[in-house]
Ligand binder design. Structure first.
Ligand SMILES: [Zn+2]
Length: 346
């Protein structure tokens, strides 16, 4: 049983999230509303049906639903509404800063206009900042299965998106059949364009996939990376170079890459001294929130309040914020953690 004061601390503490997908954060009611507005049919036509749709027990089932969500977004207005709603839900958890992945190829395939889509996202971000003070950044997440040529195009598109709040370039999708070596050129373009670099790796494939993402693509952050423990030399390297891992425990259990919470390596990754953060990945699709993931860390994996505070500070350090913003946010987060700990006696 978690000490109720610790639970209160987790609910109220300032938070930072680095790994959440915009399309995987859509609520069932918004999904229905947008499908109706855009004249699209969904596998279910009411809230209960959509909620049932969000229950699957393997990665493929998840992926199908994810794609349905992505393809329901059609107009700048849809992207503005979704972004605003996602940031509102984040602000309600006292998330101060969040970096959201955008599955850019899902929208490119449908020939959506990127300027309209990104302007919509920027409008949603600005409104959320104005009303709730929450800051955010967008990361282009490229599906590896679309190959290396299109990746270069998307990297250029991501660089052009900087004026709309794009802060990073990433790869996701089929990790097993499309290794990092295929995307060296695309990452060169993104780096030259001033973007942060990250990659989903070490989730479906093993430690070598993480090593290649770091050494060939030059990423400073890894999405998941939970299989790095297979290679102690790599662990040492990641620790030395302060490469951060976005760990998302519920996602890993729901997609079946880890069989159960008991087998999840989150505690071992932390104990190995890695720069680790806690994240929700696709909160509505996995029925979780960032708050829930921290409660899980405390209750099931025994993370102390000290450790939880450190994990939030890690997220500020590993973010793609400019250095001066990072320092200011870190100072604010630490001051609020101290004040809240004093108030609650934890
Ligand atoms: Zn992800």
């Amino acid at each position: 049983m978690l000490d109720p004061r610790v639970a209160t601390f987790i609910h109220r503490m300032p938070k930072v999230e680095l790994h959440a997908h915009l399309e995987g954060s859509i609520s069932p009611s918004t999904l229905l509303e947008m499908a109706r507005r855009n004249g699209l049919s969904l596998p279910a036509n009411d809230l209960a049906g959509i909620e049932r749709l969000f229950c699957y027990d393997d990665f493929l089932g998840f992926l199908q639903v994810y794609m349905i969500c992505a393809r329901t977004l059609c107009t700048g207005e849809d992207f503005a509404q979704l972004t605003y709603e996602v940031l509102k839900a984040a602000a309600a958890q006292n998330i101060r800063y969040i970096e959201l992945f955008l599955s850019s190829m899902q929208h490119r395939l449908r020939s959506l206009d990127f300027a309209e889509l990104l302007q919509g996202i920027a409008d949603g971000r600005e409104r959320a900042y104005r009303e709730m003070g929450i800051q955010s950044g967008i990361m282009f997440d490229y599906g590896r299965q679309f190959g290396s040529e299109e990746a270069i195009e998307m990297a250029h598109e991501a660089v052009a998106g900087r004026k709309y709040g794009v802060v990073a370039f990433s790869i996701g999708g089929d990790e097993i059949n499309y290794p990092p070596a295929l995307f060296v050129e695309a990452f060169k373009v993104a780096r030259a364009g001033g973007l942060g670099l990250t990659a989903h790796a070490g989730e479906a494939a093993g430690a070598e996939s993480v090593r290649d993402a770091v050494e060939l693509l030059g990423v400073s952050r890894i999405g998941h990376g939970i299989r790095v423990l297979e290679d102690p030399v790599l662990v040492e390297e990641l620790r030395r170079c302060k490469v951060a891992l976005d760990v998302c425990p519920t996602s890993n259990v729901r997609t079946g890459v880890v069989r159960s919470y008991d087998e999840h390596p989150v505690r071992r990754l932390y104990n190995a001294g890695l720069l680790m953060t806690i994240n929700s990945d696709d909160p509505t699709l996995f029925g979780t929130t960032l708050t829930d993931e921290f409660l899980l860390a405390a209750e099931r994996f025994g993370f102390t309040v000290d450790e939880i505070c450190g994990l939030v500070q890690n997220a500020v350090r590993a973010s793609f914020l400019p250095p001066e913003h990072k320092e200011r946010l870190l100072a604010d987060v630490i001051a609020e953690q101290e004040a809240l700990r004093g108030e609650l006696g934890v």
